[in-house]
Design a protein around this ligand. Structure first.
Ligand code: ATP
Length: 240
């Protein structure tokens, strides 16, 4: 069996005295899309923050590309090849769209490559090219989401962490953005760890899924099999 690109092993993460993650293990094999589903407050965002070094777990390991990255700063985690498109997008509203994208490439020195990747982002999201010199704070919610994903891509990740890309978007725009996420995975070979409340779209997009309840993984399987389970249909897909 090949070694997965990312292996999270038994992490426990706290906010002060509050334990948000209670021994979570998961894997993301190279080139795949893996999703973490769960209700509000289940701990999805905390898992991504623990992987990207924003939070340190009290216990457990995060093995990326063969080494434990627990304790590295977010900056160092990014240099290793993990880029995070955070919940709420966290774009820089007073910078232009192009400047936001270049912020995503600050760890890189090859300007030609950066220019090519800028073109790549504009290829995936032509709307960003049209708005390149506009302040990012003036973009619509959907455009800001495109910008957040693209800014993460500008770091040339091996693994992209995507937190709730559908948040606040219309169903149609959500579908369009997820189509592009799939293309990015296919065409660039970028592995993706996707956190989503919209279980319908997440299960159709990803290869493998984990269901999180109150900080614990309660079910894991291929998305195909998860979609066929009665409990998943009832609680996450709203079908009986
Ligand atoms: P959502 O879908 O609503 O974003 P989530 O599954 O991403 O939820 P988290 O944001 O990871 O959940 O939160 C997990 C738990 O940790 C929740 O109980 C939440 O209240 C708590 N929590 C999150 N951030 C903090 C914080 N900064 N301080 C204290 N508790 C927090």
């Amino acid at each position: 069996m090949s070694i997965p690109l990312l292996r999270v092993q038994g992490i426990e993460t706290f906010y002060g005295p509050i334990q948000a993650i209670r021994g979570v293990s998961l894997e993301v094999p190279e080139g795949t899309i893996v999703t973490v589903l769960g209700a509000n407050g289940a701990g999805k965002t905390t898992i991504l923050r623990t992987i990207s070094g924003v939070l340190d777990p009290d216990r457990g390991e995060v093995i990326f590309d063969g080494s434990n990255i627990v304790g590295l700063t977010p900056d160092k985690v990014m240099r290793r090849g993990i880029c995070h498109s955070p919940e709420g997008r966290e774009i820089f509203p007073f910078l232009s769209v192009a400047e936001n994208l270049l912020m995503g490439s600050y760890t890189r020195s090859n300007r030609d490559e950066v220019a090519r990747d800028l073109e790549m982002c504009f290829g995936y999201f032509p709307r960003l090219r049209e708005r390149a010199s506009q302040r990012a704070g003036q973009l619509s919610g959907g455009e800001q989401q495109m910008l957040a994903i693209s800014r993460a891509l500008m770091g040339r990740p091996k693994l992209l962490l995507l937190d709730e890309p559908s948040l606040g978007l219309s169903p149609l725009l959500t579908l369009q953005i997820f189509e592009i996420v799939k293309r990015i995975n296919r065409e660039r070979g970028v592995a993706i760890l996707l956190v989503e409340q919209n279980a319908h779209i997440a299960l159709r997009t990803a290869d493998y899924g984990y269901v999180l309840e109150v900080g614990r993984v309660v079910v894991e399987d291929t998305c195909k099999r998860l979609m066929e389970r009665d409990d998943i249909k009832e609680f996450y897909l709203g079908q009986r």
